[in-house]
Design a protein. Structure first.
Length: 404
């Protein structure tokens, strides 16, 4: 770890370069330019791209005489200051991700606040949708806390009550897996009988079932599955994870499924991005503002792990490798949003449309992206999207969903 002082107007690294060091700001001021927006930063870390050998999406220049600690990317976990650096990385990358997210939102004339009826607007488009704060999900988390604490019968009682209340078929399956697991724990002599009640063809897509199989048949423990079973959630499609304007208390590591980030208007929602497995969202929870800037909801049944600042701080010490995975996810999302901005600012409407269709093509068939989503994103009419989609060989279903 070296202490380096740079004079004003020094280039620390440029867009497209892979930084060789992680830099921790001791004092001074730097400018970070992401696409067209610049942000002044006086604390935190920069250069995290180098850990993952990812070309930087930002240019970093000193605004004043600036002193930085420089840590080689390969030595980040062995440094005596690794806890401090990792803690700073999470919030520093989150800050820059919010900058470029806001840049994408500002590229359209979208209201910053839709008023007290934003939930009504959402429910108008998605009748009967769940919300993450609904009692059913809070009950599931309470049951998991009982399970972790060894109170198996108390946990099973909650799941047994939920089986009669839930209307979503996907959620019923998740609850059934948990009820089976707890039956096996409390009645070990009949564990095999309980296990065989679940048809693998019906349950194999669930992470909880993968855990159950591992629990019953043995095998190497999987860290992510363990965390998911202790504190994760499974939610149906059209579940609101975050609603713009509300307090940001948690971030979310997506394990399975797809989510849609939008800005809400009275008669429509404007697509900002699609979030998939391995990505981390809700980073505003780790910043001072702590206000949701976008609405995020599930496009498909989705499994994720909620993480608040307290959990992140504990995990930095107990499992720093997991924190590095979160940071990598955040950096890759910066790259994805920057690509969407580049598409958004292409001057030719047809080329914007074609670029957007190609950008999302890997998701067609995996999750629901509609003609209107693309039209709102690149500011063209639906007819143009349909025309270009068909030219590219995609299909458009009756409800406007684009498929392969």
């Amino acid at each position: 770890m070296k202490l380096i002082t740079y004079p004003p107007n020094s280039v620390i690294y440029k867009e497209g370069e892979v930084p060789q060091s992680i830099y921790y700001i001791v004092n001074g001021s730097i400018s970070v330019k992401l696409f067209r927006k610049e942000k002044q930063i006086e604390s935190g870390t920069i250069g995290e791209w180098g850990i993952y050998n990812i070309p930087s999406e930002e240019s970093v220049v000193t605004l004043s005489e600036t002193t930085l600690y420089s840590v080689n990317s390969s030595e980040i976990l062995s440094s005596e200051y690794s806890d401090r650096i990792l803690r700073s990385m999470v919030s520093s990358i989150a800050q820059r991700l919010l900058v470029i997210d806001s840049e994408l939102a500002e590229s359209r004339e979208i209201p910053e606040y839709v008023g007290p009826d934003k939930l009504r607007f959402f429910n108008r488009l998605h009748p009967g949708a769940y919300k993450l704060t609904d009692n059913i999900f809070q009950d599931i988390l309470q049951s998991k806390r009982f399970y972790v604490g060894g109170y198996y019968r108390e946990a099973m009682e909650i799941f047994a009550k939920m089986m009669a209340q839930v209307t979503s078929e996907e959620l019923k399956k998740e609850i059934m897996v948990w009820h089976t697991l707890l039956s096996m724990v409390t009645d070990p002599e009949r564990a095999e009988i309980h296990f065989k009640r679940l048809n693998p063809n019906e349950y194999s897509d669930l992470l909880s079932y993968a855990y159950l199989v591992n629990f019953f048949k043995g095998g190497q423990k999987q860290e992510i599955l363990e965390m998911y079973m202790k504190a994760g959630l499974f939610v149906p499609a059209n579940t609101i994870i975050t609603l713009e304007g509300e307090a940001a208390l948690e971030g979310y590591l997506i394990l399975k499924g797809y989510l849609k980030a939008v800005k809400l208007l009275e008669d429509k929602e404007v697509l900002l991005s699609i979030v998939g497995p391995g990505e981390f969202v809700g980073e505003g929870a780790f910043l001072d503002s702590k206000v949701r800037m976008v609405t995020l909801y599930t496009l498909s049944p989705t499994a994720f792990i909620p993480l608040n600042a307290e959990v992140i701080n504990k995990t930095i010490t107990t499992n720093p490798g997991f924190i590095l995975k979160i940071c990598e996810s955040q950096l890759r999302r910066i790259s994805q949003v920057k690509r969407l901005l580049e598409i958004r600012y292409q001057s030719n409407p047809a080329q914007r449309t074609i670029s957007a269709l190609k950008y999302f093509s890997e998701l067609f068939g995996k999750t629901k992206i509609t003609v209107r989503d693309i039209a709102y994103l690149v500011d063209v009419n639906s007819e143009r999207v349909i025309e270009e989609a068909k030219h590219l060989g995609f299909k458009v279903s009756f409800d406007g969903t684009i498929t392969l």
